[in-house]
Design a binder for this molecule. Structure first.
Ligand code: NAD
Length: 299
């Protein structure tokens, strides 16, 4: 068996085409476009690349992006002050603070200060809590992108054994909650899991987000499993690879995502999705504030 490769670039391109059309319609309806404020602190090269990609993606669909480059010496109070300003700016519908942040910055305070209504990354406690009850407004972009990729291949997770490798706050944990919401049976493994293979071999769907090249070898994968590789690792020779031994596992799985070109583009695409959603919510909220009385978190 050779797995079908799930093409995240193609799925992203299709979705972004739909979003561009939608934004044209929204502009006709409301006389304005969605806007995303992107805050980059310091001069980390990788963060600068991620931010540039996100801003280019915004441009490609017609979202206005507002770039805020801040020195790494910025104080906590200054950064929070900027976020408060952006919370009040009606042209800004989504706010993204690129992580990681310098050590003097209190990341939790930053994430909590972003208005839940503009939290397009889905990291505010309101949105994180909503993942438990299935009422989240903005799903975190990477796990959301994985769900969309599965959907694009008509792969239902309901009743499936899904193993998530990696338990971070931004990928593994929200991924597990989103899968449970769709009635998958979920096991979450992490660096302290004993004998990882005894879990992964049971997976109908295996989702890997550990940041360890070649963590998943063919003998750890059930024949016919769906394998989603979230990992992004740069090897000493400059190549970018995931966490899965693609060449080996492709012969055993039924579906597999490549790295690059799998989950990565979907993450940015879901950011666009969430920004459009934030814009639509903001316009509707202006017209019928009471309809949203259950969602009033303001900071
Ligand atoms: P993280 O370092 O915050 O968390 C890694 C998780 O993997 C932890 O729970 C850790 O316990 C677990 N882990 C580490 N080594 C392991 C091992 N040997 N066996 C089992 N579990 C192990 O990382 P993160 O932010 O969740 O990112 C994980 C990977 O996903 C990274 O490669 C990152 O670059 C990538 N990533 C990709 C995207 C994307 O858009 N495709 C987005 C976010 C992160």
């Amino acid at each position: 068996m050779t797995a079908r490769t799930i093409n995240g670039l193609a799925v992203s391109k299709r979705l972004r085409g739909d979003y561009a059309l939608k934004i044209k319609e929204l502009e006709k309806q409301w006389g304005k476009r969605p806007g995303l404020a992107v805050i980059l602190v310091g001069d980390d090269a990788a963060s600068a690349v991620y931010v540039r990609n996100k801003e280019r993606a915004c441009e490609s669909v017609g979202i206005n992006s507002f770039h805020h480059a801040l020195p790494s010496s910025i104080t906590n109070a200054e950064l929070l002050g900027l976020i408060v300003e952006l919370n009040a700016n009606p042209d800004v519908h989504g706010i993204l603070v690129q992580l990681p942040l310098p050590p003097q910055i209190d990341v939790r305070a930053v994430l909590a200060t972003i208005s839940a209504e503009k939290d397009v990354d889905g990291f505010h406690l309101y949105n994180v809590g909503g993942l438990i009850t299935g009422s989240t407004v903005f799903s975190p972009c990477t796990p959301f992108g994985v769900m969309k990729l599965l959907e694009s291949e008509n792969i239902s997770v309901e009743g499936q054994n899904v193993v998530v490798v990696g338990a971070s706050n931004i990928v593994g944990k929200p991924m597990a909650l989103m899968l449970m919401q769709q009635e998958a049976t979920v096991a979450v493994c992490h660096a302290r899991t004993r004998d990882l293979a005894q879990f992964t071999i049971l997976a109908d769907i295996l989702i890997v987000a550990a940041g360890v090249p070649n963590l998943i070898l063919p003998q750890m994968v059930k024949r016919g499993a769906v394998v989603i590789d979230v990992g992004i690792n740069r090897l000493p020779d400059g190549r970018i690879v995931g966490d899965v031994d693609f060449t080996g596992v492709v012969e055993k799985a039924s579906f597999i995502t490549p790295v690059p070109g799998g989950v990565g583009p979907m993450t940015v695409t879901m950011l666009l999705h969430n920004t459009i959603q934030a814009f639509e919510r903001a316009q509707t909220l202006r017209q019928a504030p009471l309809a949203f009385s259950a969602f009033t978190t303001q900071n």
